[in-house]
Design a protein around this ligand. Structure first.
Ligand SMILES: [Ca+2]
Ligand SMILES: [Ca+2]
Length: 473
């Protein structure tokens, strides 16, 4: 947003000998990002010392930037005698973020993909990492199907070397919404408008959770709430996650199904000391798994020649369909179903994505994730009642002509939601009524208002919050 200030704190470590009088300078390589405070005098730093810049570097954004604009910076080091530099990259106005709450880090997007936002370049995002591993995930995507003719997905398409399907349109980009010592919680929302005439009329709210207690350090929970916004019953529905894991290059992986704990996993066939990764459905007991050798030729199908809708539906809807694949470049689909959703009804499909150093650690993680889901996620956040007041950033933003303002009420409240100009003049009243606890979305139209910065403010009981939005005509 124009004028928005970004604060940057960087953790440094001196791998060289003691430096005296060290100065670190941040330089922007992009005219849209102007460094306001970019010089840090670190002084004398002993070998192996770790430190952070204080005060933080600050950068202001000069223009309205499209979603996912790449910003490049140079960090320059100098102690008078020795100098060096390092390039770093970040993204302005991102629709994706890494959920990093414990030993797992997974990038989540607002369009149904996992790992990266720009498959197959895979520059936007950091994939999936465990402890200090390199990225282990080439592609991750939600797939939801009710027949081979009705497949909604964000996975690679049916053509050879085709990009990902874009059946899911972002409604809310992925954001971390709360973070404390025990728990990190993120959320995103999308609908199936991208499927055009092939859509089912669903809205999907993704909630991600990581926990820091000892038995929860190596998994992340992904809970997909699928809302039927159509006037018809949706039946025979199979939601699933497709993952193309690549452990240490991915050329020599194996995938299999653990029928004791009911989850799929991948490990490196030539060096089992690399991390093992697994995914299981944790919200119900209708288990589906399909192991894929990406090059085919093992009784299954190939995805190097494209991942067709028929293949997607087969992999989602065959139960425990294909128990193993590899060695080679492998993928898998973990799914559940069949599900029926009435009009306006919601069903949840929750998955745990885990990592460990062997199969037993994965079994323990998936088992613990099921207990956590039952005792925590489902009870406190699975219902329709939010656990606190939240006023979300409107989306899209900047916008013209429509944007959506979302807010949560944990209790019945007298709600005022109003729009103001920069001088504080009240322009519109969007809500003025007593509302029950719930999750609300209000559409706001820019009709009759000029391009520029505006504010929207909610008052609900003793809660109030104000946020900025931009109309760009
Ligand atoms: Ca194929
Ligand atoms: Ca692979």
């Amino acid at each position: 947003m124009p004028g928005e200030i970004i604060s940057i704190e960087i953790k440094f470590k001196n791998y060289l000998s003691t430096a005296s009088n060290l100065t670190i300078t941040l330089e922007s390589r992009n005219p849209d990002a102007v460094v306001r405070n970019g010089i840090f005098s670190a002084g004398s730093i002993a070998a192996s010392d770790s430190f952070s810049n204080s005060p933080k570097f600050t950068v202001s954004l000069e223009n309205m930037l499209p979603l996912n604009t790449q910003l490049n910076f140079l960090i320059k080091y100098s102690d008078g005698d020795y100098s060096d530099y390092q390039a770093i990259t970040t993204f302005a106005n991102p629709s994706f973020a890494a959920h990093s709450g414990n030993d797992i880090s997974l990038t989540i997007t607002g369009k149904g993909t996992l790992g990266f936002n720009d498959y197959p370049s895979n520059m936007q995002g950091t994939g999936f990492t465990y402890l200090n591993s390199s990225n282990l995930l080439f592609e991750g995507a939600l797939m939801i199907a009710s027949s081979a003719a009705k497949v909604l997905d964000a996975a690679r398409g049916s053509g050879e070397a085709s990009g990902q399907n874009e059946d899911f349109d972002p409604v809310q980009p992925f954001r971390i919404v709360s973070e404390n010592n025990d728990l990190v919680h993120g959320t995103a929302e999308f609908n199936d408008n991208g499927a055009g005439a092939g859509k089912l009329g669903i809205d999907v709210v993704l909630n991600s959770y990581t926990f820091t207690d000892d038995s929860s350090r190596n998994y992340i929970i992904l809970k997909y709430s699928i809302i039927n916004n159509s006037a018809d019953i949706i039946s025979n529905l199979y939601p699933g996650l497709y993952f193309d894991w690549d452990i240490a290059g991915g050329a020599d992986d194996l995938t299999a199904y653990d029928s004791g704990e009911n989850f799929g996993y991948v490990y490196n066939g030539s060096n089992q000391n690399f991390p093992w990764v697994g995914t299981g459905i944790i919200s119900r007991t209708g288990y589906g798994f399909w192991g894929i050798n990406n090059s085919g030729g093992d009784g299954g199908f190939s995805i190097y020649d494209g991942f067709s809708d028929a293949e997607k539906f087969q992999s989602l809807a065959s139960g425990i369909g294909k128990l193993q694949a590899g060695p080679g470049d492998v993928s898998f689909v973990v799914s559940t179903g069949p599900l029926n959703i009435g009009p306006s009804d919601t069903i949840n499909a929750a998955f745990a994505v885990a990592a460990g150093s062997n199969l037993n650690e994965l079994r323990t993680a998936i088992s613990n994730a099921r207990i956590k889901y039952r005792n925590f996620v489902n009870d406190t956040t699975g219902g329709e009642i939010p656990d606190k007041f939240v006023l979300y950033q409107n989306y899209p933003n900047p916008f013209n002509p429509n944007t959506t303002i979302r807010y949560n009420l944990p209790v019945q409240s007298n709600v005022f939601l109003k729009v103001y100009d920069v001088l504080g003049n009240e322009l519109r009243t969007l809500v003025n009524q007593l509302q029950p606890a719930g999750d609300y979305r209000i559409e706001f139209k820019s009709e009759g208002l000029a391009s520029g910065i505006y504010f929207y403010r909610i008052e609900a009981g003793s809660f109030s919050e104000i946020r900025k939005m931009v109309i760009l005509k």
